[in-house]
Design a protein around this ligand. Structure first.
Ligand SMILES: [Zn+2]
Ligand SMILES: [Zn+2]
Length: 308
């Protein structure tokens, strides 16, 4: 498969420009768009992970390609930086296209009690119809928030809800899911094609030894892991914010080393981090990983393609 980065910023887009302090902010090297990753399978499968502001640019790219297969959009969670670009995804407005959306069902954080208190046929039907994910996207495009509601999107296909922990697809391109530690939850996706495995774990905070252990097991032997590196522990410029649900690239190296991950791609940069800081951080993290005999490390850059 081939992986394209259409957005690798977290929280809020952060374009290059002049700040009100008079300083210039540069983000052209790593990019300013919020999170959106595109995978193309060997069989031509078109997979998008998250619909941050980067999906606008991805839509323009996909419009130039033959529309041979549906586009499946997998949402890790519905915080704004992961869905805010969807109303600008041009492909979804064109009748004849098929853009399907997949997301975690969150009828209640405690799903077990929800299952107990709700008719199981009702839950099965909700999963089938993707009503939860549809509702969140419909709210975002409620005409009070945005002039074009979902009904204007003639290329929109089906919505699917799922419970993390259940595999979504189990053919030549296998897709597995896991719930990871983030406020209101987040889904990590694992894509396996042939003997190659990619895990995407954006938005997680490894705050306890137990959570770290779980992550190491989930990442075990992956060829590539794309992981949240928003903060830097012991940094003044970009301090670690406990409870915000994000990780640190040095810690990710430790986890990836334990998990025998081959390549680690860092993503979800804080909007306050400029290119100079990120380039320096990348250098330090690479050096650290080399010293630890850890994985090969790359900091994601918008517009780049990484083969797997
Ligand atoms: Zn995020
Ligand atoms: Zn989030």
């Amino acid at each position: 498969m081939e992986i394209k980065i259409a957005g690798c910023r977290g929280s809020l887009p952060s374009p290059s420009g002049r700040l009100l302090t008079g300083e210039k902010f540069h983000s052209e090297e790593f990019g300013g768009n919020t999170t959106c990753i595109y995978l193309e399978g060997k069989g031509g499968e078109r997979i998008v992970i998250d619909a941050g502001s980067g999906i606008r640019n991805l839509g323009n790219y996909l419009l130039q390609q033959p529309q041979t297969k549906p586009v499946d959009v997998y949402i890790t969670h519905t915080h704004w930086d992961h869905i805010q670009g969807f109303p600008f995804f041009a492909l979804a407005y064109i009748p004849g296209n098929k853009v399907n959306l997949y997301g975690e069902i969150k009828i209640a954080r405690d799903l077990a009690s929800a299952v107990e208190n709700t008719d199981s046929r009702e839950i099965a039907q909700m999963l089938e119809e993707g009503g939860y994910t549809r509702e969140i996207f419909a709210q975002q495009q409620n005409p009070i928030n945005f002039p074009a509601p979902l009904e204007y999107m003639g290329g929109l296909g089906e919505f699917h809800d799922f419970i993390p922990g259940t595999p979504i697809r189990n053919d030549h391109l296998k897709i597995e899911t896991k719930s990871i530690h983030h406020p209101e939850g987040c889904v990590s996706y694992k894509y396996t094609e042939g003997n190659k495995t990619l895990v995407i774990s954006t938005d997680f905070e490894p705050s306890t030894a137990e959570i770290e252990k779980e992550m190491i097991q989930w990442w075990a032997n992956a060829d590539m892991v794309i992981a949240d590196g928003q903060y830097e522990k012991d940094s003044e410029k970009n301090p670690f914010k406990e409870g915000y649900g994000h990780s640190d690239p040095f810690l990710n190296v430790d986890l990836a080393k334990e998990a025998l991950v081959k390549k680690l791609i860092i993503t979800h940069y804080d909007p306050n981090c400029n290119d100079t800081y990120l380039k320096d951080l990348e250098k330090r993290v690479k050096k650290y990983s080399l010293k630890q005999k850890g994985p090969k490390v790359i900091f994601a850059r918008e517009g780049m393609t990484y083969p797997l």
